[in-house]
Design a protein around this ligand. Structure first.
Ligand code: BV8
Length: 248
């Protein structure tokens, strides 16, 4: 894949770069994306029907066990070359005095595990839990036979501290992402189907502020038509090549 010379130039002199990642960047670590058919016990469920407060109210054990299964799947995987290339991009940009913001829709902690520092989690994190009733983070809980575990304070069910469909994004994270999208010179949209809002509005905001928008994805998305550069392929291949081409 040839990285466009103009993009290389812009990155070398950039003062602010923002990146939005989706499930696709974790695909090469072996984490199924939202669009991949779910496997085994979960094959008959659509993520969008499980990742909602209604689903949890209807069947808290089913939803808790689905997240437990995802936590166990993800506990076995490592960051891939795509995650590590973004960590290198952050280091290089920081060296050149530029601002780097990594905004992720993923809840798998793989960017943090790859030692990227400035990670904004738009949709929360699988490894954090909170009380369903009080909406308060819970650090330690008793994992017993019955799932979901109970809140030590009120005795109600605990839930994963992720953003479900129909729930508002954490305002501090989303405001941070809006600011990064409005202030960046280059905005990368990597491994996301660009369907879920309001995350998908971030590259559009960057475009309004005349940023250079780059999409990295093996497939077309609703963003493709308006991106300045389309790097068609897998993040784990393209990102290391791009970082090498720009920063040696
Ligand atoms: C809200 C956490 C309001 C949980 C997630 C109609 C129109 C517009 C919007 C809506 C609508 N109806 C409803 C809505 C709102 C809804 C929404 O957007 N729905 C969609 C389905 C239309 N949004 C919400 O509900 C949001 N909240 O609007 O609240 C509100 C406001 C104020 C007060 C109260 C309420 C909340 C959305 C967040 C939901 N939570 N995740 C969990 O993880 O369980 S979303 C979840 O799905 C992900 O986080 C991600 O955001 C999304 C999946 O998308 P992707 O990450 O893109 O993954 P996907 O599998 O789709 O695609 C993978 C891509 O990777 C593909 O393009 C593929 O080609 C590519 N790929 C594959 N391999 C590779 C690769 N790319 C690179 N390299 C590879 N190797």
């Amino acid at each position: 894949m040839t990285i466009p010379a103009r993009l290389v130039e812009v990155l070398r002199s950039a003062k602010a770069v923002a990146v939005l990642t989706g499930a696709g960047i974790s695909a090469e670590s072996g984490v199924p994306t939202f669009r991949d058919a779910q496997t085994g016990l979960w094959a008959k469920y659509q993520p969008t029907e499980l990742a909602t407060p209604e689903a949890f109210r209807r069947d808290p054990q089913l939803v808790w066990d689905w997240y437990d299964w995802r936590r166990k799947t993800i506990a076995k995987v490592r960051p891939n070359a795509g995650h590590l290339a973004l960590t290198r991009m952050e280091r290089q940009l920081t060296t050149q005095g530029a601002q780097f913001t990594l905004i992720t829709q993923n809840v798998d902690s793989l960017h943090q595990l790859a030692a990227t520092h400035n990670v904004v989690e738009l949709h929360g994190n699988l490894y954090r839990v909170k009380c369903f009733a009080e909406d308060r983070p819970i650090e330690f809980w008793e994992a017993g036979e019955v799932t979901p575990p109970r809140c030590p304070e009120c005795g109600g069910p605990l839930r994963p501290a992720v953003v479900w469909f129909g729930e508002a994004l954490p305002s501090d994270a989303f405001n941070h992402a809006l600011q990064a999208a409005a202030q960046c010179e280059v905005f990368f949209s990597i491994g996301t189907s660009s369907i879920v809002e309001p995350a998908a509005s971030l590259p559009r905001l960057a475009l309004e502020y005349e940023a250079v928008v780059v999409e990295i994805n093996p497939e077309e998305t609703p963003l493709t038509a308006s991106a300045a550069y389309i790097l068609r392929g897998r993040a784990g291949e393209i990102l290391p090549e791009l970082v090498k081409e720009v920063w040696g």
